[in-house]
Ligand binder design. Structure first.
Ligand code: ADP
Ligand code: MG
Length: 257
């Protein structure tokens, strides 16, 4: 589905990616792991079409990505909710914006399948009890679930998540990790989740892309076929993988900042 073809990207002197290639198949669940500053968010912005490489290209389903694509959902750490709108209004916002431009399936995805309305997603994400509350009245987990509802209502086929659970407490984070696994399977999503937490990468990523200090030319690819179900967290394979990832991360030199 995604082909990253020999891209080079740089903000200032040194490139973050140099002649870097990577492939994501439809339906894959990838975790992108690496230390702070290695280029995870930059890679996600390149996949989202928010940044363009200076050479090489990103293709999605064969087409060169030159601008953001309406069928791609993007979830960030800080939720991006409107403070003056309720949970229900925030969840429906993307749909409202899309109707303004016309849901022709090209410039914007089509309207949701019948039965997958705002109410369906509020219910699926456990937000019915807080549907008429404002973001300031919500917990961090409820805010992120509202952002997820807003994105899934638009029926993305590709979901990009940038450290979506980093600011949540442990039980909330673990519940949302499980929910994300369920949703990715239910909705047939291709998922690319960026994280600096190796345990999260090991739990969610059926494949893991391990980035190094820039410039990234080659990244480690780690297969993790057991990922994607909550019981995996208790397995020996998971414990072994976490140990392996920890070793690999420790091999990455830390730059002075
Ligand atoms: P990560 O998400 O892995 O922490 P980023 O992709 O945010 O890393 O950043 C990769 C590198 O690019 C870092 O060295 C960072 O300082 C630099 N960088 C990120 N955004 C910008 C920007 N807008 N302008 C200049 N440099 C940037
Ligand atoms: Mg980042």
């Amino acid at each position: 589905m995604i082909a990253v073809e020999a891209i080079t990207f740089q903000y200032s002197p040194g490139p973050v990616f140099e002649d870097f290639s990577w492939r994501v198949q439809r339906g894959d669940t990838w975790a992108v792991l690496g230390p702070s500053g290695c280029g995870k968010s930059t890679l996600l912005a390149l996949l989202a079409g928010l940044l363009l490489p200076s050479s090489g290209r990103v293709r999605i389903d064969g087409a060169a990505l030159l601008r953001p694509r309406p069928q791609t959902g993007l979830i960030l750490q800080d939720y991006g909710l409107l403070p003056w709108a309720t949970v229900r209004q925030n969840a429906g916002l993307g749909l409202k914006v899309r109707r303004f431009y016309g849901a022709d399936g090209i410039h914007a995805p089509r309207d949701p399948v019948p039965g997958r309305s705002v109410d369906f997603w509020l219910d699926r994400l456990g937000l019915v009890p807080v549907a008429d509350q404002y973001p300031a009245q919500l917990s961090g987990g409820q805010r992120q679930r509202t952002a997820i509802a807003r994105t899934l209502l638009l029926q993305p086929d590709l979901l990009l998540m940038d450290e979506p659970f980093s600011s949540l407490d442990t039980p909330t984070r673990e519940a949302l990790q499980v929910l994300t696994m369920e949703l990715a399977a239910e909705q047939n999503l291709t998922l690319v989740l960026v994280t600096h937490a190796l345990e999260e990468a090991a739990l969610l990523g059926r494949k893991i892309l391990l980035l190094h200090e820039p410039p990234n030319r080659l990244a480690d690819l780690v297969d993790n076929p057991g990922a994607g179900n909550p019981a995996y967290r208790e397995s020996r394979a998971y414990a072994g993988l976490c140990q392996d990832l920890r070793r690999r991360l420790e091999m990455i030199p830390v730059r002075p900042r």
